[in-house]
Unconditional design. Structure first.
Length: 109
């Protein structure tokens, strides 16, 4: 499995996890729930969202979704994707530019 496929799977699992929190109403500390109440397992997507402060601690053993952190994370990922695509396009254009400049240089002679 390629890195992009693995990343897509992780992102899908993160979205599923966020959907669990939303569907159970665990979106603030007053409505925090245990993982078993949410019906989720604490695996890779869970750990990623915890490290990103998207899943936060409520009362001991309970957790809730920080919607603002989730939206900020999504926005950051979108910006990063745009930058990466832009860089890839620019890198793909380098050979074309070099050939074009080379042709202009030889036509001048």
């Amino acid at each position: 499995m390629g890195a992009s496929a693995a990343a897509a799977i992780i992102i899908r699992r993160e979205k599923d996890l966020v959907a669990h929190f939303r569907s159970h109403g665990a979106v603030d500390s007053a409505h925090a729930m245990t993982p078993s109440e949410l019906g989720v397992e604490q695996r890779l997507a869970w750990n990623i969202l915890r490290r990103g402060a998207i899943i936060r601690d409520g009362a001991p053993g309970t957790y809730f979704l920080d919607e603002l952190s989730w939206e900020a994370s999504r926005s950051r990922r979108k910006r990063m994707a745009i930058v990466l695509v832009t860089v890839a396009v620019l890198l793909a254009l380098i050979p074309f530019i070099l050939v074009t400049v080379g042709q202009i240089g030889t036509a001048a002679h």
